[in-house]
Design a protein around this ligand. Structure first.
Ligand code: FES
Length: 240
């Protein structure tokens, strides 16, 4: 049995390492192979983690979220169904009961109540620093979808490639502001990268196209024909 702790990277900012640490701790406690993966917003993606499972393996998915997250529960099923129909693999995928229904959760919260406490008396300055009033002077705003479908299609690699390339070109937030987003709707065109104010929607972006977008569009200022749309367009061939 292989175990995957599946959580949402898009809504658990800064919690990715904690999930990986939890997976390592559970693996040590159970002597079972346990890995962490993400439905969206971080890597490895659920698809990549399933790809890494040995042939003929049984993979148990544990949706790792508190409180209950209906989005994760719903999309977990859809993502696995997509993975199964796009791979020629003999892997049996199982689903564990929600963590929120585990009786041990009550014990964990009770222990937290009766355990050692920390007084919260920190400086409120960082909450309302003047820096958070400053709108950047960016020439272009790039939205990179990290929703569940785009993540399944490879958005994690797109984000990394785009970021690295812009850095190589010395383009910071005041030149090109890159924002990772949740689902932008035309999921069949994913991974999606959108550039404003040019109203340019790039479809099926892979690492190679991400490099060209950074070089030709974001550095040199020329949108790339062939894989782009505008608001309101419908792709002729929406399937990746
Ligand atoms: S997941 Fe990217 S557009 Fe829906």
């Amino acid at each position: 049995m292989n175990v995957l702790l599946v959580s949402r990277g898009a809504t658990h900012h800064g919690g990715h390492d904690a999930i990986h640490r939890l997976a390592a701790a559970v693996a040590e406690a159970t002597s079972v192979p346990v890995r962490a993966c993400f439905l969206d917003g971080a890597e490895p993606s659920l698809h990549a983690a399933l790809d890494a499972a040995p042939e003929h393996a049984e993979v148990l998915l544990v949706a790792t979220h508190l409180p209950p997250d209906r989005y994760l529960d719903t999309w977990l099923r859809r993502a696995v169904a997509h993975w199964r129909t796009t791979r020629d693999r003999q892997v049996r995928v199982l689903l564990a009961p929600p963590l929120a229904t585990q009786p041990a959760l009550v014990t964990a919260v009770s222990d937290a109540i009766t355990g050692a406490h920390t007084t919260l008396d920190g400086n409120p300055g960082p909450f309302r620093s003047p820096a958070w009033s400053q709108i950047t002077r960016h020439r272009r705003h790039v939205l990179v979808c990290r929703g569940p479908r785009c993540t399944a299609y490879g958005a994690n690699q797109v984000v990394a490639t785009l970021g690295n390339r812009l850095k190589e070109h010395g383009l910071g937030d005041d030149d090109v502001l890159v924002t990772a987003t949740g689902c932008l709707f035309p999921c069949n065109l994913g991974p999606l990268v959108v550039v404003y104010p040019d109203d340019t929607w790039y479809e099926h972006v892979d690492a190679g196209l991400a490099v060209r977008i950074a070089d030709v569009h974001l550095r040199d200022g020329t949108p790339i024909d062939g894989r782009r749309h505008h608001r309101g367009d419908t792709a002729v061939n929406p399937e990746p």
